[in-house]
Design a protein around this ligand. Sequence first.
Ligand code: AMP
Ligand code: ZN
Length: 494
Amino acid sequence: MALHIYNTLTREKELFTPITPGHVGMYVCGPTVYNDVHLGNCRTFISFDIIYRYLMYLGYKVRYVRNITDAGHLEGDRDEGDDKFSKMAKLQQVEPMEIVQKYTLGFRRVMQLLNNLPPSIEPTATGHISEQIEMTKQLLANGYAYEVNGTIYFDVEKYSKEENYGILTNRKLEDLLEGTRELGGQDEKHGRLDFALWIKAKPEHLMQWPSPWGMGFPGWHIECSAMSNKYLGKQFDIHGGGMDLAATHHTNEIAQSKGCYHVSPANYWMHTNMLTVNGARMSKSLGNGFLPDELFTGNHPLLEKAYAPMTVRFFMLQTHYRSTLDFSNEALQGSEKGLRRLWEAFETLNKFAPVNEQASEAELDAKVKKLVEGFDESMNDDFNTAKVLANMFELVPIINSIKDGLIAANALASSTVTLLQNKFKAYLEDIFGLTNSATGNNEVLGDVVQLLIDIRKEAKSKKDFATSDKIRNQLAAMGIALKDEKDGNASWSL
Ligand code: AMP
Ligand code: ZN
């Protein structure tokens, strides 16, 4: 089976046919860098990293664009509330661009720890103000936008007369209206679903730019339309993001692009499901957000221990990206054990020397081949990483039994052994992006880390916190997590 992708736009799994054969253009909405990314955000970015890696494994040349939202995102998705960056800048008494710099660097560090590949292009909203102004001008010229006192709004009612505004989530205008509040006398908007393309800045607003309509800043939705158009063209293959973005942000992106260029921007709309905590979506505003660093260090009252970045990544892969995934200590501990079993089997497998051309156990040989061939089939079925891992875990006891002599060494044909070795390597390392830092000289590593723990303990007893923090942070950057114990000692995990 060739690659099939579930398309939110059609609510069907469709055969993937790129616009230009051999090439894929993919745009994913990136983080709003006004605070630390939480683990839920990471789930979405890990999912698209796997998709990116798998497309490359299939031989496509992929241009993967993931933006950084560093301006224009107000607290409410419908142009209500303060600007997120200005609010945080005031709170921390720094410039908004210091907020942007701090959290962009933090985001990139976390992405690297989780072994997400950097995208091909990572454009910022502030770097593309003129493109956003141009698009806004075009929407005004096409009659889909209007100006009120220096602010430009997209006219959803006008657009809906010609196009289906709720096409992405298959909802009628009346249903979409239900979720919005009535307009009051103070409101500038003509319609409840109208949204800002450009917002007039109050004199005290910290981030503002000149425009044909006076000083202001762009709305949140227009940045993704302007940047995807600039780097991928008016029409491209895949547009992705978390499911929570479909109803407003992506719906508005489609309206902007159609209003401007008369074509739907992306052919396949992909949405990742939410990481939840006790069934509720993980989010900063609900106060149930776990930070990646809290996991890597174990410094969170609800965590029983520290978890290595690769454990966290593996935990995400065990569930299909379109299903919800609930976060818990038990699940993470299960992932830690599961990943260890997989690496052990991988190391065992790599020691097998394929010898015999013919399998002595034809039935077992056929079963193994089928399970391995299932890897690509599962990924071609809308990137089902969970199914690939289920097959891998069926193969683990077979590999271990060969090692223990319970299954004869010549049971499998040499071609099957080679296939098994090659596919395990390609999947674990290249497609799933897992790194096995636990391999190699484990005992020496243990001794070295223990030495560092002892030095850190000494430093702490002398109140030399700079040294103790340096040891902990630099080990964390290498994927080694320290968890402080009550007696001043620390345990560690990879
Ligand atoms: P933001 O920085 O809030 O714009 O979010 C960045 C990305 O993370 C978006 O694609 C969101 O849809 C996604 N996201 C936010 N919360 C979660 C969650 N709990 N689980 C999975 N993805 C999420
Ligand atoms: Zn976006």
